[in-house]
Ligand binder design. Structure first.
Ligand code: DQA
Length: 144
C-alpha cells in the first residue's frame, strides 16, 4: 500500500516552534520514525511538507494513481482551506487527518476543521503518536 504523508505550513519548524505544544523533535526526526514504522508495516510512504496551499493541492493531485491512502496534517490550513479539502476529496482514497496537538482544546478558531468531513479518521493531541496511529489505520485498511 502506498501512503502519501503531508505536513502543512510551519511544521518544518518542529522542535523550535512552541515545543511545549508541538514537542522537541524535529521534522526530519519525525519523518525518519514515520519511514521506519511504515516499512515495518509494509507501507510505502512519500512524505511532503510545504508552507504553500497551492503546492499542497498539487502534491495531492500528483499522488493520484499512486497513493492508496493519504495522511495529512494540514496545520493552519485545517481551519479554512477549502482548496485542500476539495483536493483531498478529489484524490478519492481513504484520508486520515492528523494533529500533534488537541485542536479541540485550544483557541476557538482551531476547533473548526474543514478537512474532517473528507477524512475517514482523525488522530489528534498525541504528538508524534497521532501520525503513528494514522499509519496503523492505513495498515489496517490494507487488511480489509
Ligand atoms: C496543528 C494544529 C494547527 O492548529 C496548527 O495551525 C498547526 C499544527 C497540530 O499538528 O497540532 O500548525 O495541525
Amino acid at each position: 500500500m502506498n501512503v502519501l504523508v503531508i505536513h502543512g505550513p510551519n511544521l518544518h519548524m518542529l522542535g523550535r516552534r512552541k515545543p511545549e505544544i508541538y514537542g522537541k523533535g524535529t521534522l526530519p526526526e519525525l519523518n525518519a520514525e514515520i519511514r521506519e514504522r511504515a516499512a515495518a508495516s509494509g507501507l510505502k510512504v512519500r512524505i511532503f511538507q510545504s508552507n504553500c496551499e497551492g503546492r499542497i493541492v498539487d502534491a495531492i493531485t500528483a499522488a493520484s494513481g499512486w497513493a492508496d491512502a493519504l495522511i495529512i496534517n494540514p496545520a493552519a490550513y485545517t481551519h479554512y482551506s477549502y482548496a485542500i479539502r476539495d483536493a483531498v476529496e478529489a484524490l478519492d482514497v481513504p484520508a486520515v487527518e492528523v494533529h500533534l496537538s488537541d485542536i479541540s482544546k485550544r483557541e476557538p478558531f482551531r476547533r473548526v476543521s474543514v478537512i474532517r468531513p473528507v477524512c475517514r479518521a482523525r488522530f489528534k493531541g498525541e504528538g508524534w503518536r497521532s501520525y503513528f496511529k494514522a499509519l496503523d489505520f492505513c495498515a489496517a485498511l490494507e487488511k480489509e
